[in-house]
Ligand binder design. Structure first.
Ligand code: SF4
Length: 213
């Protein structure tokens, strides 16, 4: 299904994103699914850049779920302190690691159901794992994807689950991941929260700019 009347046409949006952000990818550095999972925990209320400064030392000290499940909590707190909310994050990392060891033999599962059954893992994080690590079509809706989707008229909702449904109808399944990654980049770089740069945007002529003052 294509986006409704007045919305930026799907064909134009997809072509523009492919042109503007051909190399879009997840910005959290990682060498395997577990590292990306931990990085997403640390990225809550924190920039990807700051998380990337913390994770190399973290994974040098603790090599995987079995190490982190049994690590001293205060030592993890110290290692992740600069990402903010470090007590909660250290606790979450330990619980997540323990669940992976207990339920999945220390491996990150590959299905939405198993991922979202892990402590602290929501649909957005599970979608990031599926798309970035396992090549499974997935549409993670973060604040940037949600904002741009609303402005271009592809959703009337602010609820991530509903936005995901709307996007899933507008974009071919095999392009979900690249689309969401590129749209997120557009939201970070051009269609920013305050004062979006519409005059510099390749969608300027086609976009209804919903909610933009
Ligand atoms: S920057 Fe402006 S024109 Fe571009 S997508 Fe956002 S609201 Fe639309």
């Amino acid at each position: 299904m294509t986006p409704g009347k007045g919305a930026a046409p799907a064909k134009k949006v997809l072509a523009f994103l492919a042109r503007a952000y051909p190399g879009a990818r997840v910005l959290l550095d990682h060498r395997n699914p577990f590292e990306l999972l931990v990085a997403t925990v640390l990225a809550a209320q924190c920039t990807d850049l700051r998380v990337n400064r913390v994770t190399p030392a973290l994974f040098l000290a603790w090599h995987g779920p079995s190490d982190l499940a049994t690590a001293n909590r205060e030592e993890i707190e110290e290692a992740v302190r600069s990402t903010g909310f470090y007590r909660n994050k250290a606790k979450a990392i330990r619980e997540l690691s323990a669940a992976l060891v207990e339920r999945h033999d220390g491996r990150v599962p590959r299905t939405m159901e198993e991922l979202t059954a892990l402590p602290g893992v929501g649909r957005k994080t599970a979608s990031i794992l599926l798309g970035a690590c396992f090549g499974t079509p997935a549409l993670p809706v973060d604040t940037h994807v949600g904002r741009v989707s609303f402005r271009i008229g592809w959703t009337a909702s602010k609820d991530p689950a509903r936005i995901e449904e709307d996007l899933a109808k507008a974009v071919p399944r095999e392009r979900w991941w690249e689309f969401a990654t590129r749209l997120g980049w557009h939201g970070r770089q051009v269609c920013i929260a305050r004062n979006p740069r519409c005059s510099e945007c390749g969608l300027d002529a086609a976009c209804p700019k919903r909610g933009v003052q």
